[in-house]
Design a protein around this ligand. Sequence first.
Ligand code: E4P
Length: 220
Amino acid sequence: MKIFIDTANLDMIREINSWGILDGVTTNPSLIAKENTDTPTRVREIAKIVDGPISAECMATDWEQMVTEGEKLAAIHPNINVKLPMCVDSLKATKILADKGIRVNMTLIFSSSQALLAAKAGARYVSPFIGRLDDIGAHGTDTLAEILQILRNYDQLSDTEVIAASIRNPTHVLEAAELGCDIATIPYNILKLMVSHPKTDEGIAKFKAGNQYIIGIIPK
Ligand code: E4P
């Protein structure tokens, strides 16, 4: 499974990129606003750090402006893909952008029917929001499983990759991986949780203490 980081913070991106496990980045307008910058500026900076897909979300709300804005965002760097929120205008814009060879990440996917339509329109990625589905008492990973099954049923839809999004905990990541999801976009704090375990910390502490005896720092 490819791992993307779900942030617009450059320090977090640099740190996780240095781990050697990072395949790409997703941003959204809220994440960009937290950094007091704008999408074109920030994705240009991210592209200098990460060699992989970077999602940049359009602010336009009608399909013609989405196409214009999407073309501008995609022209920033070959790794930029255009994020559009699921709606009829986004489907129209996706078809046009995809025909021009521009990759679209259809975001705010909450149902399998939305994912099916987005893939049919030519979206390169669809992003089901697992955490926000769980928030309203639905089962996010059930929807994720259904979407994966539907897209795998058809060769014509096999170019669409599924991004497990709105991830709230390491279990969401593991459930996505068990389902064979193509990508998980994971917040920084969840990536940090995934790397640590109290028994590992305990083992490292014991190992370090043992080494101090071996190299003679602490006399036996
Ligand atoms: C995906 O690309 C989105 O940026 C993200 O996963 C949204 O998640 P949230 O529900 O934590 O805002």
